[in-house]
Write a protein that binds this ligand. Structure first.
Ligand code: ARG
Length: 471
């Protein structure tokens, strides 16, 4: 018997039934659906629509179902279309026809909207824990290899030296924003649509606020049409999830480069690498590559969800049933990606010598040398030009900037058409000062602003992150 079958003659076409059912994927909502039903039944009792005895019997039946779901003892009947009808029939098998009163003043439309919000709430809590684990791995590595120096890049070209810890903390910033976005989404999602009915509002004097409070919602949706058809919270969650995947993907991309022997900055642990079926030499950072790949799928899911909604008139449309596979997949993908990347990052072996050598290649301290001239009164534009000439000299001589000799430095300054620079060049101590500025440590120490890579600034940022994350 179809639960909505009163006006129907004949049976459903098998293709139609198979095409329209959602039980293949909405069974994950079972515990949320039961929680919603228990609160709704309490509300029906308060409204005098169920006697105290009826409430007690139904709630006991629902508690029994909850127990069976947790124990994996319930099986779902595809013929019953979705999780809501499966649970209603399971309740009837347990307590008899009294189960037929549960759906008083409720539609599957406000029911599924409630379930989705409850599901999202607990899922976001789980994702938050996974993001924190990722952050802890980054912070742990920053502590362990706090002295390592990385060639900071722009345009994928050597730019300026930065502490490796500074680079890792940049990702911690991204993940903290991800946490903020998820918690914003959770806050907006945490209102109850129950009582919206099919679309116009329930036809009984239900105390929606009391039912919402019982479910831990902060309030109720203000408009019944919106209550059943709003899926903004799904889009918001998926946007936050997709962006977090993009952050992971950027990190994954860096790890693939860093672990390439040409760079040799890090070694990915064997436990997070795979081999080749043909090339015995191979060791591949597969998890990082897959995170990069899966981020594409999650971005597609977000796009799909936005597209699903854009043409929908009010109120509920069956299209909305298809919000579930992409949302469930996106959340599961992010959680798995965070956990595998946390493991990979925590077990990276850093080669500080290789990193340091690369950090000095490409005259990455040139900006610091120019800044040292500016501190002696030279205009920045003139200093930029002079140091450019010094870089050209060093390149010709095949040496690093901090290995240029006194004579070359003095001659370059003397040859400048900037009067101040020429005067500065006459000071015998200047060459040594410029070489000092050209050393990696000197260059980093000079970036001594809030958020800069000066070691003392990074140490403070790291200490703050450790306090926040309890590591
Ligand atoms: N399985 C449906 C969904 O996920 C439940 C709501 C069905 N409502 C309806 N009027 N057919 O959207």
């Amino acid at each position: 018997m179809r639960m909505w079958g009163g006006r129907f003659e004949g049976i459903s076409d098998e293709r139609m039934a198979e095409f329209t059912r959602s039980i293949d994927f909405d069974d994950v909502l079972a515990i949320d659906d039961i929680a919603g039903s228990i609160a709704h039944v309490h509300g029906l009792g308060r409204a005098g629509l169920l006697t105290p005895d009826e409430v007690e019997t139904i709630v006991a039946g629902l508690e029994g179902l909850r127990h069976d779901v947790a124990a994996g003892k319930l099986t779902w009947d595809p013929a019953l279309e979705d999780i809501h009808m499966n649970l209603e029939v399971a309740l009837r098998e347990r307590i008899g026809s009294l189960a037929g009163k549960v759906h008083t003043g409720r539609s599957r439309n406000d029911q599924v909207a409630t379930d989705m919000r409850l599901w999202l709430r607990r899922t976001i809590d789980g994702l938050d824990r996974a993001v924190v684990e990722m952050e802890r791995a980054l912070v742990g590595l920053a502590v362990r290899d706090g002295e390592a120096i990385l060639p900071g890049m722009t345009h994928i070209q050597p730019a300026q030296p930065v502490l490796f810890a500074h680079h890792l903390l940049a990702y911690v910033e991204m993940f903290e924003r991800d946490r903020g976005r998820l918690s914003d989404c959770r806050r907006r999602a945490n209102v109850s649509p129950l009582g919206s009915g099919a679309l116009a509002g329930a036809g009984y004097p239900l105390d929606r606020e009391a039912t919402a409070a019982e479910l831990g919602f902060d309030g109720v949706t203000a408009n019944s049409l919106d209550g059943v058809s709003d899926r903004d919270f799904v889009v918001e969650a998926m946007a936050a999830i997709a962006l977090s995947m993009v952050h992971l993907s950027r990190l994954a991309e860096e790890i693939t480069w860093w672990s390439n022997p040409r760079f040799g900055f890090v070694r990915v642990s064997d436990s997070f690498s795979t081999g080749s079926s043909m090339m015995p030499n191979k060791k591949n950072p597969d998890p990082a590559e897959l995170v990069r790949g899966k981020s594409a799928r999650v971005i597609g899911e977000l796009t799909g969800m936005l597209t699903l909604l854009k043409g929908l008139p009010l109120a509920y449309q069956k299209d909305m049933q298809d919000d579930k596979p992409p949302l469930f997949d996106a959340a599961a993908t992010l959680e798995a990606s965070l956990l595998v990347m946390a493991g990979m990052v925590a077990t990276l072996a850093v080669n500080r010598e290789r990193m340091r050598a690369a950090a000095g290649e490409g005259f990455t301290t040139a900006t610091a040398v120019a800044d040292a001239l500016v501190r002696r009164g030279v205009a920045f534009r003139a200093a930029h030009h002079i140091v450019g000439a010094l870089v050209a000299e060093a390149e010709r001589a095949g040496v690093a900037l901090d290995a240029l000799d006194d004579a070359t430095i003095a001659a370059t300054l003397a040859g400048s058409d900037d009067a101040v620079a020429a005067a500065v060049g006459a000071d015998a101590a200047v060459a040594a000062a410029l070489r000092e500025a050209a050393a990696l440590e000197g260059a980093m120490a000079a970036c001594d602003v809030t958020g800069g890579t000066a070691p003392r600034r990074v140490a403070a940022a790291l200490a703050a992150a450790r306090t926040r994350l309890g590591v």
